[in-house]
Ligand binder design. Sequence first.
Ligand code: FAD
Length: 317
Amino acid sequence: MKITDHIKKANGNTLFSFEIIPPKKGRNIEELYNNINPLMEFKPPFIDVTTSREEYVYIKKEGLLDRKITRMRPGTVGICAAIKHKYDVDTVPHVLCGGFSKEETEYLLVDCHYLGIENVMALRGDAMSHQKYFEAAKGGHQYAKDLVLQIQDLNRGQYLHDVIEVDDTSDFCIGVAGYPEKHIEAPSLQTDLKRLKEKVDAGADYVVTQMFFDNKKYFDFVAAAKAEGIHVPIIPGIKPIAIKRHLQVLPQVFKIDLPEALIKAVEDCKNNSEVRQVGVAWAIEQSKELKKASVPVLHYYSMGKSDNIKHIASEVF
Ligand code: FAD
């Protein structure tokens, strides 16, 4: 079922969902199931599965270090199919511009359609760690909007190259990313909102936000998006702080601000077990307020760990 239909069916009640990351190459999928299992009691109508960018890995070869670019966490579509089958839940693969040609994206979408996957998140991806700026793959897309257009073309049976006959088309529901504190490369929040509107005009059906720790940022963003003419559901993304280092890492990686009260509470913690309690308590308060405001879904970034999310969900749902 489409995410937008899940939201309609919920009739104003806030749904619970979460995002997982595929295991590293060579690791067992059971690890992933062990993290999903405790969250299934909260009946997520859908689970997102991220796609990783390629990265440099160093392999020792004849005593020398050889550098190779590879995707360390492949398997997004396979994991989506496995989870869908195991738990009877909708899954949402993240589809990236970065590292994929349009042709490869088309094959991936054809696989998704055969597997009964009805939703995809269309994302650009970040630059690889050794790059200063994002660079499209040879024959790939530069912006998420272009990916949305390709998916919509496919929904109309329009392939990149002529096919003999089309008698079955996909009908993907498309999610895109939104940034309550603006995307790092955008010159202003207003410009970024215009870019978001372009993604929606291209055919995006819903938006999932970057994490934020101050709900006012989300509420202001939703109001500004409406004023810009964006009327699709905007799903808030929530991440509980779990370790002290998050105070530096999260603003640096995701270009977000942390509220002073949260910083102080984390700084006062004696160890990471206390930090975890502070992070969970903060996320519970955030979630309760957002739920009270009838947000369509509370979407949690699990980062491969379910215990914090379970704790939050059991207080909120
Ligand atoms: P875009 O919408 O293409 O925007 C990128 C930048 O370009 C923005 O600054 C925008 O303002 C600007 N822009 C857009 N169009 C134009 C134009 N025509 N001209 C000039 N500028 C323009 N990353 C992963 O690698 N894997 C994942 O699974 C993943 N999942 C994510 C899930 C969510 C909910 C979110 C919020 C992010 C996720 N990301 C993921 C991170 C995302 O890939 C990065 O934030 C990336 O830098 C931007 O992606 P985007 O889809 O928002 O890009």
